[in-house]
Write a protein that binds this ligand. Structure first.
Ligand code: DX5
Ligand code: ZN
Length: 218
């Protein structure tokens, strides 16, 4: 069994105190900090950009896992890499036939590359790019906001990806994002997911440390 990592999403934190939020996450045992960047076009909401990533960087030693819900993500990749992102994940739907190019560009900046698939996108459409990404992000809700219910069908995509990577003898992180709770996380990891994103489950918890440990399967 692979090591399970927990990447709490600061989308559910108090936006007036995000520096403090990432410090709390580190103290509570998080493995990564998931930063949801929304541009108001790829998804309706606008959250924050590279300046926020740069501002958060000194507040934690944890890797910053930046989920770009933006159009033309390659245009901003360099500024996010400079700001201190450790992983930059782009949406397949935002890249079209420029996906391979976008992923290679991200790696050329010295950061890990990720590709995200929204619930309506077939995972088979991105697996041929496996040589160009370090992480696959399977969205288990429609991107755009926290607090939604996990769409169970999306677990099959993680299973397909896990089997594909095993068949080809390659190791890739599989992250799942959206609606993950202490109650359903075991089904998520059983499907091959090793990076758990959780926003509301972590920030609405009365005991963040315990919730993160439980999400990790401890
Ligand atoms: C949704 C974001 C998620 C979200 C997860 O578009 O990508 O990262 O914050 O939040 P929960 O865990 O509340 O579904
Ligand atoms: Zn996310």
């Amino acid at each position: 069994m692979r090591e399970i990592k927990v990447a709490p999403s600061i989308l559910s934190a108090d936006f007036a105190a995000l520096g403090e939020a990432v410090e709390r996450l580190e103290t509570a045992g998080a493995d990564l900090v998931h930063c949801d960047v929304m541009d108001g076009t790829f998804v309706p909401l606008i959250t924050f950009g590279s300046h926020m990533v740069e501002a958060l960087r000194p507040h934690t030693r944890l890797p910053l896992d930046v989920h770009l819900m933006t159009i033309n993500p390659w245009e901003k990749a360099e500024e996010f890499a400079r700001a201190g992102a450790d992983i930059l994940t782009v949406h397949a739907e935002a890249c079209g036939d420029r996906l391979g190019e976008a992923l290679r560009h991200i790696r050329s900046l010295g950061v890990k590359s990720g590709v995200a698939v929204s619930p309506h996108t077939l995972v088979e459409s991105v697996l041929p790019y496996a040589e160009d990404f370090d992480m696959l992000l399977v969205m288990s809700v429609v991107p755009g906001r926290g607090g939604q219910k996990l769409i169970e069908d999306t677990l099959k995509k993680a299973e397909k990806a896990r089997d594909f990577f095993a068949k080809h003898g390659i190791v890739r992180d599989i992250e799942m994002d959206g609606g993950i709770t202490e109650e359903n996380v075991s089904a998520v990891t059983a499907a091959g997911v090793n990076v758990i994103v959780a926003g509301s489950a972590v920030f609405r918890s009365s005991d963040m440390k315990r919730t993160i440990a439980r999400l990790r399967g401890e």
